[in-house]
Design a protein around this ligand. Structure first.
Ligand code: MV4
Length: 478
């Protein structure tokens, strides 16, 4: 592989290109009109415009992108995350055009793109699943009898849904019919597939995901877990590795279950297997994400591996260069997603120009971003500005470094979730590790953040006043 095209933008496009360059591989960037001067375009060896601002007129034009890749004599395409990354038809078209898709086979993407197909694929393996059904359900009477068997509350999920879209909690039988009808019609209009199914609702779960790597020679390994429980409306905010709640035994069990999930769909490449972990530490397979994830850096820091390098080597047909026993967790990594959103105004997207942008630097600090001072934050795409990642020997160290890095992050022109990140890092429930997916709902409010900001301003004023009084004394100012 001599030249790859990165079918993405922003921080992940840059991230992929950095590894490609390190490996001596030339890079081609694609960009939409408003992204013409973006850092990922400047960094690449070559760059080509793929259309207008709207994603469906640029970054989602699969056939057009493949055409351009061929004209530029590209060998492989890396899709990043989002956009075309989990589009089986695109992966297939890339291969049919004689290019390498740096990602899993279309077969695996297709299976895992449907929750019911995923359940069906893994059911002959010994993988714990949430009590429920593994077939689409349309009949209300049947649904009622299944729900009675499982016990309320139950959750209705759309097979084609993802990231919490199309989910409905049903507390009692009298609500079932109405909720089911709604779920089906919602799934039909949102995904073009009205298949829904029923699961027992796990009330206070942690979201634990396992990173897997599979080569094309049948070797499948896991790279331990990431705890992604701190999220807001299904949008992850803080991710860390390892998780404070996993024991070595549980980690091994979940890792082995994740490897089985990958084997069940003949997985090749880097993937992530999502689990729910309940209060009794029972774990259940939820779904598999067939892409490089946003939060992959925390796994890189605790394992010392470059996941993009692994993806490229796997795509080149190389066998994995290590065995499960050779992998170990070293230290603790924490990631904060910095969004251009106002945490004091219900996380409203905040657009504008980055009049000042100086990310923190130093030992144990990594910033993955795709912005520069003076750039405008475009309204067309994901509002994530950067990922602030810290690494320490211990969790306490990683948290402390995160608090310092947030303070050192100079950013003006738009509102960001940096202060919200500080709120999380300083919260007792987060520090003690006693949290679940309801953390934000349970503990966060704009008022509390405002209170935190006021306290800080007061503290700063007191420090300044003390310094002034001392100066006055030393300088004998009357
Ligand atoms: C669940 C659940 C409770 N019980 N399934 C949300 C996203 C999708 N990946 C699955 N999700 C959930 N499935 C059962 N049977 C709770 C969630 C859930 C959740 C999962 C992971 C991270 C954050 C979450 C927030 C709310 C609900």
């Amino acid at each position: 592989m001599k030249k790859i095209l990165i079918a993405n933008r922003g921080e992940i496009a840059l991230r992929v290109m950095k590894t490609a360059r390190k490996m001596g591989i030339k890079t081609v960037a694609i960009f939409s009109e408003p992204d013409r001067n973006a850092p990922h375009v400047q960094f690449a060896d070559e760059a080509i415009c793929v259309g207008e601002a709207a994603s469906n007129k640029s970054y989602l034009r699969g056939d057009h992108i493949i055409q351009l890749a061929k004209e530029l004599h590209v060998d492989g395409i890396h899709p990043g995350y989002g956009f075309l990354s989990e589009n089986a038809a695109f992966a297939e078209a890339v291969e049919q055009n004689g290019l390498t898709f740096i990602g899993p086979r279309p077969h695996a993407i297709r299976i895992m793109g449907s929750k019911l197909a995923a359940k069906d694929a893994v059911k002959s393996y010994d993988i714990p699943m949430v009590p429920g059904i593994d077939e689409a359900i349309t009949d209300v009477t049947e649904a009622k009898s299944i729900a009675a068997e499982i016990g309320f509350p139950i959750l209705i999920k759309a097979s084609a849904g993802g990231g919490g879209k199309g989910m409905r909690i049903v507390e009692k039988e009298s609500e079932l019919e109405e909720q089911m009808k709604r779920a089906i019609s919602e799934a039909e209009s949102a995904f073009g597939d009205g298949s829904v199914f029923i699961e027992k609702y796990v009330g206070s779960p942690r979201h634990i995901e396992i990173q897997v790597l599979a080569d094309s020679h049948g070797n499948v390994l896991h790279l331990f877990e990431r705890d992604c429980s701190i999220q807001r409306r299904h949008q992850k905010v803080v991710e860390e590795a390892p998780s404070v709640v996993l024991t070595d035994v549980l980690r091994k069990q979940m890792g082995e279950a994740a490897v089985l999930v990958a084997k069940a769909c003949d997985y090749v490449g880097a993937g992530t297997v999502e689990f729910l972990l309940d209060e009794q530490l029972n774990f259940y397979f939820l779904e598999m994400n067939t892409r490089l994830q946003v939060e992959h850096p925390v796994t890189e820091l605790i394992t010392g591996l470059d996941l993009v390098e692994q993806q490229i080597k796997i795509a080149r047909g190389e066998p994995l260069g290590f065995k499960q026993e050779q992998l170990q967790i070293l230290g603790h990594a924490m990631e904060l997603r910095v969004y251009a959103e106002d945490p004091l105004a219900d996380f409203m997207p905040s657009v504008g120009t980055l009049t000042r942008y100086r990310p923190p630097m130093g030992p144990g600090i990594r910033v993955d971003d795709g912005f520069e001072e003076g750039m405008e934050v475009p309204i067309y795409y994901d509002p994530m500005l950067s990922k602030l990642i810290t690494y320490g020997q211990t969790r306490e160290e990683a948290i402390q470094l995160m608090i310092e890095a947030i303070a050192a992050y100079e950013l003006e022109g738009v509102s960001t979730t940096l202060s919200f990140g500080k709120f999380v890092m300083e919260h007792e429930a987060f520090r003690s590790g006693d949290f679940d997916t309801h953390f934000v709902k349970k503990y966060y409010s704009a008022d509390k953040l405002l209170e935190q900001n006021k306290m800080e301003a007061k503290l700063a004023a007191i420090v300044a006043l003390k310094a002034y009084l001392k100066d006055k004394e030393v300088l004998r100012i009357p």
